[in-house]
Design a protein around this ligand. Structure first.
Ligand SMILES: [Zn+2]
Length: 108
């Protein structure tokens, strides 16, 4: 066995070990990324469908009729007086309606 064959064997072995290490490191990285994305989805599910979907609520001023649409907040219901105030007269706004802005085929 000549030196060249020995050299090629050692080099290929080193390359194999390096490739193996890269594979393990990348696996760990991907595992972490997949785990993080899964926990994010789980957190979003815990927050309720409003966090994922496009549920919105309409706030109106009972005095002048001013209205604005905001993303739905958990615990809000129609008729609830919220902390937001009307920019025209300072009256506290009331939840007028809550609806989903998602496309019909997704909410079915
Ligand atoms: Zn008003």
């Amino acid at each position: 066995m000549s030196f060249e064959y020995y050299y090629i064997t050692v080099v290929s072995l080193v390359i194999f070990v390096v490739a193996l290490l890269i594979g393990i490191i990348m696996n760990n990285k991907y595992y972490r990324v997949i785990k993080e994305s899964l926990t994010q989805v789980r957190e979003a599910e815990l927050k309720g469908p409003s966090a994922i979907g496009g549920d919105v609520e309409v706030l109106t001023c009972p005095r002048c009729g001013y209205s604005k649409t905001i993303p739905y907040r958990l615990g809000d219901y129609v008729g609830k007086v919220v902390d937001e105030t009307c920019p025209n007269d300072g009256e506290r706004l009331v939840v007028h309606a809550i609806y989903s802005s998602r496309p019909a085929e997704q909410s079915l």
